[in-house]
Design a protein around this ligand. Structure first.
Ligand SMILES: *[C@@H]1O[C@H](CO)[C@@H](O)[C@H](O)[C@H]1NC(C)=O
Ligand SMILES: *[C@@H]1O[C@H](CO)[C@@H](O)[C@H](O)[C@H]1NC(C)=O
Ligand SMILES: *[C@@H]1O[C@H](CO)[C@@H](O)[C@H](O)[C@H]1NC(C)=O
Ligand SMILES: *[C@@H]1O[C@H](CO)[C@@H](O)[C@H](O)[C@H]1NC(C)=O
Ligand SMILES: *[C@@H]1O[C@H](CO)[C@@H](O)[C@H](O)[C@H]1NC(C)=O
Ligand SMILES: *[C@@H]1O[C@H](CO)[C@@H](O)[C@H](O)[C@H]1NC(C)=O
Ligand SMILES: *[C@@H]1O[C@H](CO)[C@@H](O)[C@H](O)[C@H]1NC(C)=O
Length: 480
């Protein structure tokens, strides 16, 4: 229905142009970019290989040859041959073992009480995530985000790391074993230490919750915003006291945008709590992002995927949720409407018949979805530190966003959701330095991030103009 309306709209505007000007060429869509009006700073785009998915790429559950295992890592993280993703979200374990796809805890057994000396262990593998982290870093990933789905069961109100429950010691809990908040903060610091001291990896971002509005049969832990604040103050002071004050705290990973609004309001009602976190995170599942969240902290969308569909590599076929163009629009709208500084898909690559990853693995065969190329359209050209700038389109179905990178490069991201090609005239204000040409990169049903011939520009240092064609149902990044 929606697509039909767009087509009708296009026909309507074309007809108008014909009547008004007697000119048979396609009407021009004006895209106006102004780098003098600046918005949020971008941290990046990412995925996770938690729940032992890293081992499916390289490890004892992988069926990939080493060449294909490297190819998967390149597809995800390479700046030359892949999506050039810039953040990796690792899972911090809470389970007693590696049974099923569990993430094993670094302190599998209870020391007996919150103040007893913990017995930590490090296997140097972390379910393949140590290898993955190093491979990602070789390709330029600097931001490692480690996130815990739960505390170990003995620190939680229900005595197990699955089936919901709360951190013992936060408001509303009264565990016979006592208050485990400090023990949990020490536990997270020990995880950072293992990565730093044993593996030489500085984890930059740390999270202690995942979907705290849900009680799930796998590692899960509930929390209100008030309870998150109860733990945040312990974690903040523990990080400072342990020489990890440069590690940024990410909170709170609720399942959707509305749940996040509620949780954030609760958290903000506790004096000082908002400033104890560095990033506010939310998932896209249960209610989709459409507005900014009311916080002065950067907002990340840290997990979202098409969970309904079977594996789907199409860019634009039946208008299904899992198709590439749908994700290009989700990223575009997330950045422009919801003020996001980072956008993650759930899994990078896995052996599963579903759409919850960007890459599907079957034996030694790799299948790449166009969702990956939707991410690439952004992540290859909008690098960490880039600032979103004002970008306007005078046609609703031609969506645009624009970014100024810290090296001065401008990325203009255009999605033509219409069913006819459009001619765009791009007017770029306020750039410094000469911009003699714009290089377009195209993804559509026939092309995966294909570099096209450069387009010459006209104008001076303050105002640069170029014209280009953007094919129907395609995304083009113009880089200049
Ligand atoms: C038709 O449109 C083109 C492209 O904008 C323009 O160059 C040309 O001058 C127009 N012709 C008339 C008759 O308006
Ligand atoms: C893979 O290795 C880990 C230990 O490193 C072990 O716990 C796990 O059971 C192994 N999985 C399989 C499928 O062999
Ligand atoms: C989580 O859900 C399970 C299954 O419905 C239930 O048995 C359990 O009590 C719930 N846990 C908590 C802490 O509410
Ligand atoms: C604290 O961290 C800094 C930077 O990571 C390091 O140079 C320093 O040696 C650390 N100090 C202690 C006491 O661990
Ligand atoms: C946003 O939060 C501030 C407090 O931080 C509050 O004063 C303001 O009313 C909130 N705005 C909305 C639209 O809820
Ligand atoms: C957007 O996010 C930035 C932090 O990244 C914040 O400073 C700014 O206030 C936010 N703007 C809106 C409209 O929410
Ligand atoms: C994968 O390998 C298994 C066993 O080696 C085989 O039965 C199966 O058909 C293979 N699947 C594909 C898609 O090749």
């Amino acid at each position: 229905m929606w697509l039909l309306t767009l087509t009708q709209l296009t026909i309507f505007t074309t007809t108008l142009a014909l009547k008004a000007g007697g000119n048979s060429t396609t009407p021009i869509t004006k895209l106006t970019i102004d780098t003098r009006t600046r918005y949020q700073t971008i941290v990046g785009f990412g995925i996770s290989q938690a729940f032992q998915r890293a081992r499916q790429v390289h490890g004892n559950t992988s069926a990939l040859s080493s060449a294909n295992s490297q190819r998967v890592i390149d597809l995800l993280f390479s700046q030359e041959h892949g999506a050039g993703l810039t953040i990796l979200r690792n899972g911090i374990g809470s389970s007693p073992s590696y049974a099923l796809d569990w993430m094993k805890s670094i302190e599998p057994a209870s020391p007996g009480s919150p103040n007893a000396t913990p017995v930590y262990e490090w296997d140097g593998d972390d379910a393949g995530q140590v290898w993955l982290t190093k491979e990602a870093m070789k390709r330029g990933v600097a931001a490692i985000y480690a996130d815990a789905w739960s505390v170990p069961g003995y620190m939680k109100s229900n005595g197990q790391d699955s089936n919901g429950g709360y951190i013992c010691g936060v408001s509303g809990t009264s565990c016979a074993s006592g208050d485990w908040r400090q023990a949990y903060a020490n536990y997270l610091v020990q995880y950072l230490r293992f990565y730093k001291e044993r593996e030489g990896v500085a984890v930059k971002y740390l999270g202690f919750l995942n979907e705290p509005d849900l009680n799930q049969t796998y590692a899960s832990m509930q929390s209100s915003g008030f309870q998150a604040a109860d733990f945040l103050k312990v974690l903040r002071s523990t990080l400072s006291a342990s020489n990890f004050s440069d590690v940024q705290i990410v909170c709170c990973e609720a399942t959707g945008w509305s749940d996040s609004e509620d949780l954030l309001a609760e958290l903000k009602s506790v004096a000082g709590a908002e400033d104890m976190m560095d990033v506010f995170s939310a998932h896209g599942y249960s209610s989709h992002p459409a507005l900014p969240l009311n916080t002065t902290k950067p907002v990340w969308q840290t997990e979202w995927a098409d969970l309904d569909g079977r594996w789907n590599t199409a860019w634009d076929n039946l208008g299904k949720e899992g198709e590439g163009i749908s994700w290009a629009n989700k990223i575009q709208q997330g950045l422009t409407l919801s003020n996001m500084s980072a956008f993650f898909y759930w899994i990078g690559a896995e052996q599963a018949p579903t759409n919850s990853a960007l890459i599907n693995l079957q034996n030694d065969t790799i299948s790449v979805s166009t969702r990956l190329w939707a991410f690439a359209q952004f992540s290859r050209f909008v690098k960490p530190g880039a600032v979103r700038v004002e970008a306007k389109s005078d046609v609703g179905y031609v969506r645009v966003s624009a970014f100024e990178n810290s090296d001065g490069k401008i990325a203009i991201e255009v999605i033509n959701n219409g069913h006819t090609d459009v001619q765009v005239e791009v007017e770029l204000w306020g750039v410094s330095g000469l911009r003699e040409s714009a290089t377009p990169w195209l993804t559509n049903n026939q092309n995966d991030l294909k570099m096209l011939a450069s387009i010459p520009t006209v104008g001076d240092h303050d105002r640069v103009v170029f014209k280009a064609s953007v094919m129907e149902r395609s995304m083009v990044s113009f880089v200049l």
